[in-house]
Structure formats: C-alpha cells, structure tokens
Design a protein around this ligand. Structure first.
Ligand SMILES: Cc1cc2nc3c(=O)[nH]c(=O)nc-3n(C[C@H](O)[C@H](O)[C@H](O)COP(=O)(O)OP(=O)(O)OC[C@H]3O[C@@H](n4cnc5c(N)ncnc54)[C@H](O)[C@@H]3O)c2cc1C
Length: 448
C-alpha cells in the first residue's frame, strides 16, 4: 500500500531558527505538515530586550504571537508547550502544558531550535539577586527593579543606604551588558533627570564588570575602543579583568583575574548578562541520543546539522556545537532556512547539502545617536552606525505592525526625553526564578 500521508515536521522552539524554518516550510511549494511547539506563545526579538527592560519599548513591540504569524498557513500548527522528553524509536515528543499536564506529538522530521538560557556558571542562586536577560519575564523583572530602585532611593535620607539603591551593577561586557549599562545611565540622566525632588537621578552609578581586558570582544578593537570612550562619557564605570564571584542582597564581590584581594561593591540592583548555557531539554537530548555536548551544553552535529545516527533529527541555532558557530540571530535564521531546504530537497529526491554559515556582521547600540556596526571590512560607529543599526533591527523585527510602532516609538523617544513603557508591577519577587507559570490552579495557595 502506498503511504500518501504528508511528512510531519515538528519544530521545537519558535525563536529565530524555528521561525525561519517554519516560514520557509509554510510555503505552498513544500508538501509537509509543520507543528511549531514553543513554551512561550510568541516569537521574541531578543536583540531589543534591553529596550523593553529600560522602558523604551513595550513587550508587544518585541514579541509577536506565533499563532498570528502563521494564521494564514494551513499546513502550520502552532502549539504552546514545553518539550520535556523524546522517544527516538517511536519518533515522539512529550510536551508539558502550562498546567503541567502532558501531551505527545509524533514526527517524521524533528528540528530542535530551543536556544540557550542564562548561565550563572554553576551558581544558580545568584539569579535571585541578579536577573538575567533572555526572556520577557527577565525584561519586566529588570524594568521593575530599575525604576523601583530610584523610587526607594527617593524615600531615603542621604547616606550609604540611599547610595546603594542608586548603584547598578551589570555583569558581562558583551553587547547586552554594554547596552543595558548605557541605557541605565540614559534613564538616569535624561528620562528621570527632572522628576525627583530628593535625589539627583544623574548621581546614579552604573558599574560594568567583565573578565576581559576590553568590552565588546566580538568587535574589532578600534570599534570597541570607541564604545569604551562613549560609555565613559555617559558615566558608566568600567571594571575590567575581574570576575564577579558572589552576588547577594546588598551587592557584588569581585575577584581580580590576575589575583589580589577581593572587592565589595554595594549595589541593590545587580543585572547578569555574563554567560549562557543550553536549555534543559538539550541535556535530555544529549543523553537519549548519545550526542556529545560542549561545556555550555551545545550539541555536536553533522555538517548538515543532523544528529549522528539520526538523519531525521536536526539541531539549529544557538544550540549547535560545531565549527565555533556564533550564538547570533543570523546563524539561527540561516540554520532554519538550511534545514527547510534539506527537507524540501529530500522530498524531490535530491541529496542534502552541508550547512555553510555566512557571517553578515554584528551590531551593538551604545547610547542615543551612537552604535557600532561591523560587516566584514566595513566598520561603522557614531551616528552613521546608529542609523544603520536602526535600519537593520527594524528589518528583522517580526510583523509590519511591530515595525511601524517601534519606529514611531523611537522617533518619539528621540524627540523627547520620555520613555513611554516604564510601567511596572510590584508583585511576586520570586518570579525571576519561575520562568514560566506552569502550575495548576489546584496547586495555588487557598484564599485567606
Ligand atoms: C539580550 C540579547 C540580545 C541579543 N542581541 C543580539 C544581536 O544584537 N544580534 C544578534 O545577531 N543576536 C543577538 N542575540 C542572540 C540571538 O538572539 C540568538 O542568537 C538567537 O535568538 C538564537 O536563536 P535560536 O532560534 O537558536 O534560539 P532562541 O531565539 O533563543 O529561541 C528558542 C526558543 O525555544 C523555546 N524553547 C526553549 N526550550 C523549549 C522547550 N523545551 N520546548 C519548547 N520550546 C522551547 C524558547 O521559548 C524560545 O522561543 C541576543 C540575545 C540576547 C539574549
């Protein structure tokens, strides 16, 4: 009997990799049924998370419901759920619903695009004091802590306690740490400058810690030097060549890499951007499929991005551990398109191709009117870099509505010092440890 069923492609993760793979397979020319499973309901544009955290953009600007994205495509089903286990013999994934019940999904081809999460280098308890910067929850948590710190300081008399509320420690001098540190100084010196009576918001100290000898190591040294000058002019205090070795309620302890005594910095707001590690599902895959993983948990794959011994399983994006592929959106998008192309070619009897990553450069926002863009030999900085950075980010934002409203919001923010998405809630202070609310109603505390 001839099997006339269309191949089922299951994609885990609707980030950059999963989204681009699903988009390509959603085209009418590929005869497959696609299921896109994500533990979040929307695609998140991580490169602008810091603007959401610091009140320039809303969560709606930087995320788009996956269901809306694929509403017009009959061959794509989007589902909310967290993949928790794989049975490679049955070709079946078990997923958790937010209420902690489970369901299963069968596949013919599996594409794993589940990305990375924040790493605290074996000290997960730091997360309680120092939120990371990977999810919408993180951005809202940072926004709450940032603006609350100024509010608390306003109610305190001058002295060390008030100073510690007006001190912000950022760990990690990569693009995210640099962007956050710069934005906090801009909030202090522009947005909040004339709004308080007791404190002077511009007195807020922003300390940026990194173990290297310069910030933005992925950029050319001359561009990184320009960024350093801009950050210093903004008032960001750079502490290089140090590791943050402890984080607590009142601040951080740092240890010089070259040895020497530890130092304490009193800072009631600590933000962590220092490292990433694979999401827990990747560890499960590594065990079940016997795939070697690197120290951060990235999975080793074949040149076509499939798993050794399992040509029906692909890994793409940040989770790929081969050829030192960078953890950037472009690699995830290209990986998604590559796998979709492999699937399409096999359907018409053609062999797969090897994955080839084309480096299209990197960009980082430093401050209002200043950004870096590096594409091969082209290096832009200052105002020109800022314009190029803006065009690039708008081009990759998901959804026309998000693009239009983001541009409008940016123009308004440029024209006036205000930030229009500063609203924050004071609620459950354990929320940062609980990335998703996968709990049933009957587990909630009884009223009263
Ligand atoms: C703050 C920040 C700023 C950045 N800035 C830039 C930048 O300027 N330029 C650049 O190129 N890159 C940047 N990056 C990196 C870029 O965002 C990543 O490289 C890219 O998102 C990786 O895509 P991905 O598809 O591999 O994973 P992700 O985009 O992280 O997507 C993974 C998806 O999988 C889902 N998921 C995870 N586990 C499961 C599970 N078990 N079951 C179901 N779903 C699951 C998640 O909810 C998520 O939607 C930045 C990253 C961050 C965090």
């Amino acid at each position: 009997m001839v099997n006339t069923r269309r191949p089922r492609v299951l994609i885990i993760g609707g980030g950059f990799g999963g989204l681009f793979c699903a988009r390509r397979l959603a085209g009418a020319d590929v005869d497959v049924d696609v299921t896109l499973l994500d533990r979040a309901a929307g695609h998140l544009f991580q490169p602008l998370l810091y603007q959401c955290a610091t009140g320039t953009l809303s969560i709606g600007h930087i995320s788009r419901p996956l269901r809306e994205e694929f509403a017009r495509h009959r061959n794509v089903t989007t589902l909310l759920g967290e993949a928790v286990s794989l049975d490679p013999k049955l070709r079946q994934i078990t997923a958790l619903r937010p209420d902690e019940t489970t369901f299963t999904l069968d596949y013919d081809v599996l594409v794993v695009a589940a990305g990375m999460q924040q790493s605290y280098f074996g000290k997960p308890h730091f997360a309680q004091w120092a939120p990371g910067m990977k999810t919408l929850d993180d951005a809202l948590c940072i926004r709450q802590r940032l603006f609350t710190a100024f509010e608390i300081a306003e109610t305190l008399p001058p002295g060390p306690e008030r100073d510690s509320w007006l001190t912000f420690a950022v760990t990690g001098g990569g693009p995210t740490g640099v962007e956050l540190a710069g934005q906090i100084r801009e909030v202090a010196t522009r947005t909040l400058a004339n709004e308080f009576h007791s404190i002077e918001p511009e007195d807020a100290r922003v300390l940026l810690f990194d173990g290297g000898d310069r910030v933005l190591k992925s950029f050319a040294p001359d561009l990184a030097a320009k960024a350093t000058t801009t950050l210093r002019k903004l008032g960001v205090e750079l502490h290089l060549g140090v590791h943050v070795t402890d984080v607590g309620r009142s601040g951080v302890t740092v240890t010089p890499k070259s040895g020497g005594p530890q130092e304490q910095y009193e800072a009631r707001t600590v933000l962590w951007t220092a490292g990433v590690e694979a999401v827990p599902f990747a560890k499960h895959l590594s065990e079940v499929l016997d795939i070697p993983a690197d120290r951060a948990g990235r999975l080793q794959v074949e040149p076509d991005l499939s798993v050794t011994g399992h040509p029906e399983i692909f890994v793409i994006g940040d989770l790929v551990g081969r050829d030192n592929l960078p953890g950037v959106a472009e690699n995830a998008m290209q990986g998604g398109l590559h796998v979709a192309e492999c699937i399409r070619r096999e359907l018409v009897g053609k062999p797969r191709r090897k994955y080839r990553y084309r480096d299209l450069g990197s960009a980082a926002y430093i401050s209002r009117g200043k950004a870096l863009l590096q594409v091969g030999p082209i290096k832009l900085s200052g105002f020109v870099g800022w314009v190029a950075w803006g065009v690039l980010h708008i081009a990759f934002l998901t959804g026309v509505r998000n693009r239009v409203s983001t541009v409008a919001t940016w123009l308004a923010t440029i024209a006036r010092a205000g930030r229009y998405h500063r609203a924050f809630m004071l609620g459950n202070d354990t929320a940062i440890e609980q990335r998703y609310t996968w709990s049933t109603g009957d587990q909630q505390a009884p009223p009263g």
